[in-house]
Write a new protein. Structure first.
Ligand code: PMV
Length: 335
């Protein structure tokens, strides 16, 4: 086999799901129960370099300048094992990752992280993958990462069946949209790591929440309506569907035993401020993931006003305005 001596660097951006998946039917292969649809952001990129080290006995994983161990390192090693299997290689590697957002805080660092790792890892190990195969690979790191392979709006298919067929059928692809000026205003209520990991939260919800099956069923209808609304550039429809889908997801979590609750008092204060914005005629709609942070969908022209309102509702919290962002890309010049 030829020597692999060229380090590969990739950049990927996080995405926020407007139609959420929550729960995996195969935790090993990372197959979701539900289709999901997201917007990739133009903020908080992750930059990852993979260097093959043919003399090393183990992979080294460096996160934001510090070597990591434990579960965080293991997820990367397991992912590299998959890349090595696909490439038919055995060499170990050094992975250097820089996040511009706190890791594990419900700000989608695993989406940008595994999309960047899939692209850089495939390149470093000499794998030539099309975007579908790359998205499928990224999904093995984190389901949401399958969507960050693409810019703009993307949907991840849950796919049919089980085992290898399910693996083949579950990947993301771009979603057609009419051009519209949309912003996502992010209120960072708490940048600390979450109390319950999304993996554990999903597991508990799927196993114990009596609301889970009906949320998955209503998500199917939400997805169809969302695709139509995006084709019409109908921001109010997009926002309404996204908000109800997210609140429904949090309802399923709250009904789990014991409850999985990511929403904090400040989250609810921000949700109240979004209702007041709507009462004042501003199109603003909220979505929340596995954490207390709130992301508010609005028109670009209203983003500053929405940001000011969120700052008032969440004193001391950082508020960031994002727009639709780019696909994951190789970054040959960065190191
Ligand atoms: O795939 P993960 O582990 O990044 O979990 C994502 C979970 C949600 O953000 C709540 C939903 C989603 O579809 O992104």
């Amino acid at each position: 086999a030829p020597a692999l001596n060229r380090p590969a660097t990739a950049v990927a951006h996080p995405n926020i799901a407007l139609i959420k998946y929550w729960g995996k039917r195969d935790e090993q292969l990372m197959i979701p129960y539900a289709d999901s649809l997201s917007m990739t952001l133009d903020v908080f990129p992750t930059t990852t370099t993979v260097r093959i080290d043919s003399g090393a006995a183990a992979d080294e994983v460096v996160l934001d300048g510090s070597p990591t161990d434990g579960e965080r390192r293991q997820r990367v090693v397991t992912f590299l094992d998959l890349v090595r299997k696909l490439a038919g290689r055995t060499e170990r590697a050094c992975v250097d990752t820089r996040n511009s957002v706190p890791t594990g805080a419900g700000l989608a660092s695993s989406a940008s992280g595994f999309a960047a790792l899939a692209l850089a890892g495939a390149a470093a190990y000499g794998l030539d993958l099309d975007t579908t195969a790359l998205s499928r690979l990224a999904r093995r790191g984190s389901v949401s990462a399958s969507r960050s392979v693409f810019g703009g709006f993307a949907m991840c298919h849950a796919g049919p069946g089980a085992g290898a067929a399910a693996d083949l059928g579950s990947y993301a692809e771009p979603v057609p949209v009419a051009p519209f000026d949309v912003a996502l205003v992010i209120a960072i209520v708490d940048a600390g790591p979450k109390a319950v990991s999304s993996r554990e939260g999903m597991r508990r919800t799927v196993r114990t929440s009596p609301l889970y099956p009906s949320w998955v069923a209503s998500g199917r209808a939400d997805l169809a309506e969302m695709r139509a609304a995006l084709l019409q550039a109908d921001l109010d429809a997009v926002g309404e569907i996204a908000e109800r889908n997210a609140l429904g997801m949090h309802a399923t979590m709250l009904a789990a035993r014991p409850a999985v609750r990511y929403l904090a008092p400040v989250t609810v204060a921000v949700l109240d401020s979004v209702l007041r914005l709507r009462a004042d005629g501003v199109s603003a709609y909220a979505t929340m993931d596995a954490g207390p942070n709130v992301k508010v969908l609005c028109r670009r022209a209203d983003a500053d006003r929405v940001a000011d309102t969120l700052r008032d509702a969440a004193p001391g919290c950082a508020v960031v305005v994002a727009g639709p962002g780019p696909a994951a890309r190789p970054d040959p010049g960065s190191r």
